[in-house]
Every structure is written in C-alpha cells, then in structure tokens.
Design a protein around this ligand. Structure first.
Ligand SMILES: CC(C)(COP(=O)(O)OP(=O)(O)OC[C@H]1O[C@@H](n2cnc3c(N)ncnc32)[C@H](O)[C@@H]1OP(=O)(O)O)[C@@H](O)C(=O)NCCC(=O)NCCS
Length: 212
C-alpha cells in the first residue's frame, strides 16, 4: 500500500504560525493556487529573469510551472487563504544523479526571515528521502541572487560539476559569472542543518508573523 504524500508532512511548525499546508501533485487541478504561485514567482523573480539569458514570458513560465511531474508544497494563511510561500519539486535526474529537483522556493516578502524557507527546504529533504527515495536535492540559482545563495549554503548546497562556472579573465583578473549555477546538497546534510535552523529560537528571527 502506498502511503499518501501528505503523511510525510510535519506541520506543527507552520500551524503554530497560523499557516496550513497544501500539497498538489497536479497543480492544474487547482487554478487558483497555480495563479497565486505564478504571481509570487513573478513578483519575486521577474527582474532577475529579465536580466538573465532566460528572459521572462508569462506564457512560457506558466507552461513550465504547469508541468505535471511537479509536486507543489504550498503554505497558505489559515484565515485569508493568502499564499505565503511554496516550493515545487520534481523527481528526476541531474547529470545522471537521481535527485529531487527544487524548481522553485518562494516566500512572500512580508513573511521572509520567519524560517518558512527553511521549513520548506526541510520538508523537501524529508520528501526526497522518505517518499521519493532520493539522496540529493538539486536546484538552479541565479548568480546575482546572492541572498538566495547564502541561504542555500546554510543547508550545505554547493556548485555541482554540471553547473556553469565563473571564469577569471587572465589579464584583468576580473571574474565573469554565468547567469546561473546548479547547486546540490545531500538530503542527510539538508535534514541535519535545517533541523538546527528550525529549532533555533524564533526570537532570533524578526519576531512573530502578523496576520495576513
Ligand atoms: C531565499 C528565501 C527562500 C529564504 O526564505 P526565508 O523564509 O526568508 O528564510 P529563513 O527565514 O528560513 O532563513 C533561514 C536562514 O537563512 C538566512 N537568510 C534568509 N534570507 C537571507 C538573506 N536574504 N540573506 C542572508 N541570509 C538569509 C537567515 O538569516 C536564516 O539563518 P539563521 O537561522 O542563521 O538566522 C526567501 O528570501 C525568498 O523567497 N526570496 C525571494 C525568492 C528567491 O530568491 N528564491 C530563491 C530562488 S533560487
């Protein structure tokens, strides 16, 4: 008997913040949440996409976000049903390494620094290990997204050999960065580090979350 994916979610941490978890194995069955996820990605990432080799086209991004292998883990505010944060995950391979690929990790501006990104990363590691039986998580991060890179490094993520690399110009010594890096970390490391981050006193973040 297959255990339902929802059974692998430990929602005590987010419940205490008036949030509920919704897991969608086919985002196309919930157009409302799909639109909210799309709007959040656009709000957070539009400028970076525009400056990168990828560019931004609403229809293309929506198509990519609608792909059915993606599993969405969404955090909604209990009362208002506002989308607060989400991650989308794919059971796949990167450079012949079986892995869970974290396609998106997005937190609304006003909910940042409340460990929701950490909780979603922890949950992705739990799902990778227990549901998808994968040992690694991979992701893509824009090289200009220094904040996200320092966030990911806390969970042991580092550049994979399949990633574009920075090039040092021989004469000037100037470093030319690619538009993006492919990062990876082991599920064991992510789980250990995210547990440490999540159990650190929430007071060290910016306090409790005000209602939506
Ligand atoms: C990156 C992001 C997901 C982090 O989520 P978050 O919920 O704000 O982060 P958390 O509160 O879980 O932070 C966990 C740790 O990372 C650190 N961290 C979080 N954001 C950081 C930032 N902008 N700069 C440096 N460190 C950061 C926190 O200080 C915390 O460390 P600590 O426990 O030692 O204090 C969130 O800022 C975001 O959605 N950004 C915009 C979208 C984006 O860039 N997504 C990544 C795409 S690849």
């Amino acid at each position: 008997m297959t255990i339902p994916i929802d059974d692998f979610i430990d929602d005590d941490f987010v419940k205490s913040q008036d949030l509920s978890v919704v897991i969608l194995k086919n985002i196309n069955k919930n157009e409302d949440i799909k639109k909210k996820c799309f709007n959040l990605v656009k709000k957070n990432m539009f400028a970076m996409y525009k400056r990168s080799c990828f560019g931004w086209e609403d229809s293309e991004k929506l198509k990519e976000m609608s792909l059915t292998p993606l599993v969405y883990v969404c955090l909604l505010h209990e009362q208002s049903k506002e989308l607060v944060a989400f991650t989308s995950l794919e059971d796949t391979e990167e450079d012949n390494v079986p892995c869970l690929y974290m396609y998106e990790l997005q937190v609304c501006l006003k909910y940042r620094a409340h460990k929701l990104g950490s909780w979603l990363t922890y949950q992705a590691a739990v799902l990778a290990h227990e549901y998808f039986q994968k040992d690694y998580i991979f992701l893509t991060v824009f090289s200009e997204n220094k904040k996200a890179m320092s966030f990911y490094k806390k969970f042991g993520f580092k550049r994979h050999t399949s990633s574009p690399a920075a090039i040092r110009k021989l004469r000037s010594g100037r470093i030319i960065e690619p538009d993006y890096y492919i990062f990876y970390s082991s599920v064991a490391t992510i789980t250990r580090r995210s547990k440490d981050i999540l159990t650190k006193d929430l007071d060290s973040a910016t306090g409790t979350i005000s209602g939506a």
